[in-house]
Design a protein around this ligand. Sequence first.
Ligand code: OOG
Ligand code: MG
Length: 263
Amino acid sequence: MSTLNTDQIESLSEHLESAELHARAVHKITDDYLDMDFEDAYAIQWATRRRKESRGSRIVGLKMGLTSRAKMKQMGVEEPIYGFLADYFQEAEGAEIDTSKLIHPKVEAEIAFMTRAPLRGPGCHVGQVLAATEFVMPAVEIIDSRYENFRFDLPSVIADNASSSRFVTGGAIAGAREMDLRTVGVVLEKNGEPVEVGAGAAVLNHPASSIALLANMLAARGEELPAGSLILSGGITAAASVSAGDSVTLRAQGMGSVSLRFE
Ligand code: OOG
Ligand code: MG
């Protein structure tokens, strides 16, 4: 059941996208729209996606968020969500990320999936995801909530495209079937010091179950994951705050490392 009309959805989408584009924090939208639900929130997110596409941005992938206990605990919210990745979110390995275009960035250690066959819910499961995966690789996601103090509830963060901001994939690609993605260890380093460590199983027991859940969530809107989708499966550990001058490296067992800097 949705509570917002089309005009409200469009204007909230413009409001949040303008906060993103101008790197200005705003109040969480549920302060004014108390009864907003998930359906409203995703309608706002999809409106933003369509507006970016109509301006010529390409959608290059999707991301899952809040898929690990560490992330849920850090953000005080309890359910996985998804967002989209636009072309300009993608940064090259080794890139210098311009923090003046961001509000209060944080980095996350993630496993990215590239698919070679479509995935369609309901009922999508880990086995189908592994069979449909071309390869996996490590990824650093840079999240940047548009909400003051990085504080939100689920409808607010869904409407804000799950805090998506930038991402970097890299390291070495690996076959999803050859790896035990549950026991893959990750070390997230900031300025040469490990700040977070974890293993793949932190993400819904297996990072591939995050992709299955995404296919099942998309099915509720009649959408599927086409072949060739790039998907971030969600932060394995808590996120780490970064600012200008920081360098970040993610080391993923058997998959090399991904580095970036903030200026
Ligand atoms: C929401 C996005 C979370 C992840 O990997 O868990 C996310 C947030 O924490 O701001 O991208
Ligand atoms: Mg993430």
